[in-house]
Design a protein around this ligand. Structure first.
Ligand code: SF4
Length: 265
């Protein structure tokens, strides 16, 4: 965990209508060094992995920093996202903004229609609230299967994971195996939430307007809520579940067979 805990970033006195930039953008000691390190890691990744490299963006604040770094430094990195069919309109609204303001096309991977229809017919639209197994099965159909197609043929992927995001992520390294023969690059691993917002503000990067509504971590609409002052960074994700279960599987190692079948759920 970084020296600034995630919950400390949400300061008392934050009133409704305060923008995320106004609340969180702060230049703190070492920011320029952390920024330079991230750019260096991205350049090294391009040199090492070439066309095998991809940024998997959730369109969240951290990933918008990375996409902007890719555009700003002219790095040859493909950018892709998952459209689960359950995203907020505010999240999807970023896609044309990335194209018009950053000059990058984002490849969009969607779940297989038949799998979604079968899952909903069998389990209902609100299955994710009924059990951990059904929630993970929904993530398997809507996220993990399209992710496996996104990463097919790739040797490395760039994520926006940071150590500060949760206790589960406190040990996130800059580089790690993903369990499927690829390398996962967490180029913002040591950034703070204040760093992320300082960057977005400084370089006028578009961001998800839901961040202005106390949603620091944004996923699918049914599985994301705003957090209260003092709550943990990821408290608004799958809030009805046990703390230790709060990952969708995107950042856990699974075999290719598990990804195809959702058997890990
Ligand atoms: S986050 Fe929620 S809606 Fe999205 S895929 Fe997972 S369970 Fe389904």
């Amino acid at each position: 965990m970084s020296s600034e805990s995630s919950s400390l970033s949400f300061l008392p006195g934050a009133g409704a209508g305060s923008s995320a930039v106004a609340l969180y953008a702060r230049e703190t000691a070492g920011f320029e060094a952390r920024l330079a390190k991230s750019v260096e890691l991205l350049r090294e990744a391009v040199a090492t992995y070439g066309a095998g490299l991809i940024q998997s963006t959730s369109l969240g604040a951290e990933d918008m920093v990375i996409t902007d770094l890719i555009a700003r430094h002219g790095l040859a990195v493909d950018v892709a996202t998952l459209d689960t069919g359950k995203l907020h309109a505010q999240t999807l609204a970023l896609l044309p903004q990335i194209e018009s303001r950053l000059g990058l096309q984002v490849a969009v991977f969607k779940p297989v229609d038949e799998q979604v229809i079968h899952f909903v017919r069998t389990n209902g639209e609100k299955a994710m609230y009924e059990s951990l197994a059904l929630r993970k099965a929904c993530c398997a159909v809507r996220k993990l299967e399209p992710l496996s197609r996104m990463l097919a043929g790739r040797t490395a992927w760039i994520t926006g994971l940071r150590r500060e995001q949760s206790a589960n992520r406190a040990e996130v390294p800059f580089s790690e195996p993903d369990g499927q023969g690829r390398t996962k690059l967490n180029v913002l691993a040591e950034w703070s939430w204040n760093d992320v917002w300082f960057y977005l503000d400084k370089f006028d990067v578009p961001y998800n307007l839901l961040h202005d509504q106390f949603m620091p971590s944004i996923g699918c609409e049914p599985c994301t809520r705003a957090i209260a002052v003092g709550e943990d960074f990821r408290a608004g994700r799958w809030w009805w579940e046990d703390e230790n279960a709060k990952e969708c599987g995107l950042h856990k190692a699974h075999s290719n067979e598990e990804l195809k079948t959702g058997a890990h759920a």
